[in-house]
Design a protein around this ligand. Structure first.
Ligand code: CMC
Length: 440
């Protein structure tokens, strides 16, 4: 097939014509322009017109939906939520304000912000019976496994918000998920270390309350350090949404069948757990730990470049960013602030900085445009805040819940929404006759 773009007279400004070299038949496909980013070729009529499917494993060239929430320019290293740059949001906003922005499309007025904060705060407690659900898990379970189970089970506790056609129920479910994720995440931690669950405190901000539920114990006061709660808030803002990544696409796909929001978010959490996605921040800390000292960096880089070795430099590279991840830039700065405030002389940060410096000059990484991503520094910050490594991805899930839920709501309201059902290139056996067991 040969392809060329040309001006056309369809509803879109241009059409894209594809010619099948075998039959010389040509199909004209509409080209649609968004407000930013590359145009898309609308292939919805491609199969009907040609009897052929397109093939795109990993969806590297495929847009799966229309969205107004988040825009990424991977070449320039730009990330916008509803048009606002991530670094401006991280500098000036707080997590609940960003959550409002993602959900409703605009920054809230002072009154709207107060009301939204109060609404989320009202939903921070979980059904008391959930305490008993936790007791069914082994204490040494990975908290992501627990999170998937408990969030999926929320549909069994909050039946009144599972009718996805009712916009009011959808919004209450959205508020509940944003409000209850820190409580569930902190419970997973407390359960793992054998401490009593700490109930939420509604006089605290979202991030302060999360730190309180993680670290307070009934026998003494827990004082919140504002530098630490601000760093936590910034980490949550930077992970809040990232357009159609693997977990968000999973949430949309699960939701496209009409599944309830709690089930969809549990599916998103399951996808996020993988080391190529949300599990990378945990993997970065393990990697830096394993490197151990600056003089072992060349050995690690050689392993990452060796095609016969599956090892990859964790916290480097991104499907979309072919430039420095803008979130990593913000976290680089936050990392220094937190370590200075805590008076920590962090050897891990020294190794990270040196690794970054050398990798950014190395031909292998330069040619492939492999830059540090958000996970490169977030793990070091979380560790400095006293967060155990196995909770890193849980915190990513907590933050991303608002992005998932905003995308899920947008999908349900989209008049073009259909159940997600990709096709395949089948390369298995053609039809053959069954062979009886005694003749095989
Ligand atoms: N270390 C060494 N080589 C790498 C790395 C890396 N971290 N990432 C990519 N490459 C190489 C890869 O081997 C390939 O080389 P070649 O062209 O010679 O075969 C080339 O770069 C392109 O890689 P790819 O696998 O085609 O790229 P992708 O877009 O499919 O993968 C990625 C993106 C993030 C999965 C990958 O870069 C990776 O595994 N990075 C490490 C894990 C990580 O940090 N993940 C967090 C992503 S950011 C958080 C999030 O948004 O979820």
């Amino acid at each position: 097939m040969t392809a060329n773009a040309q001006q056309g007279s369809s509803a879109a400004d241009t059409t894209f014509s594809l010619t099948d070299n075998a039959t010389s038949e040509t199909i004209e496909l509409p080209v649609i322009s968004g407000s930013l980013g590359p145009d898309v070729v609308d292939i919805r009529k491609f199969y009907g017109g040609t009897g052929k499917f397109t093939y795109d494993p990993g969806f590297t060239s495929t847009g799966s939906c229309e969205s107004k929430i988040t825009y990424i320019d991977g070449d320039q290293g730009v990330l916008l939520h509803r048009g606002y740059a991530i670094d401006e949001l991280a500098e000036n906003s707080d997590f609940l304000e960003v959550s409002y922005l993602l959900l409703y499309g605009e920054l809230p007025s002072a009154g709207q912000k107060k009301e939204f904060d109060a609404t989320i705060t009202e939903h921070t407690m979980v059904h008391e019976q959930i305490n008993y659900l936790f007791r069914g898990f082994r204490r040494d379970a990975h908290p992501m496994a627990v999170l998937i189970g408990v969030v999926g089970a929320l549909a069994a506790f909050y039946h009144d918000t599972t009718d996805i056609q009712d916009s009011r129920q959808r919004m209450i479910a959205s508020h509940r998920l944003i409000a209850k994720m820190p409580t569930i995440a902190a419970m997973a931690h407390k359960y793992a270390i054998g401490q009593p669950f700490v109930y939420p405190r509604n006089d605290l901000s979202y991030s302060e309350n999360f730190l309180h539920m993680l670290f307070a114990v009934p026998c003494e006061d827990y004082e919140i350090n504002p530098v630490q709660s601000e760093a936590m808030d910034r980490i949550l803002i930077l992970h809040a949404d990232h357009e159609q990544n693997a977990s968000t696409s999973t949430v949309r796909l699960a939701g496209s069948s009409g599944a309830n929001p709690y089930a969809c978010i549990a599916a998103g959490i399951a996808t996020l757990w993988g080391p190529a996605h949300g599990g990378a921040n945990e993997a970065v800390v393990h990697m830096l730990d394993e490197i151990g000292s600056v003089d072992r960096i060349p050995e690690c880089l050689a392993k990452a470049k060796d095609k016969d070795d599956p090892f990859r430099l964790m916290g480097f590279g991104h499907r979309v960013y072919k430039n420095y991840d803008p979130r990593a830039k913000v976290l680089h700065k936050t990392c220094h602030e937190v370590l200075n405030d805590l008076g920590l002389d962090n050897e891990m940060l020294d190794i990270a900085r040196e690794l970054e410096r050398i990798a950014l000059e190395d031909d292998y990484f330069v040619e492939r445009k492999l830059y540090p991503n958000v996970d490169f520094y977030s793990g070091i910050i979380l560790q400095a805040l006293g967060i155990p490594t196995h909770l890193f991805t849980v915190i990513f899930a907590l933050a991303r819940t608002v992005g998932w839920i905003a995308q899920w709501n947008e999908m349900i309201e989209d008049p073009h929404q259909k159940i997600g059902r990709p096709r395949q290139l089948y390369t298995g056996e053609r039809q053959r006759s069954y062979v009886a067991l005694d003749r095989r």
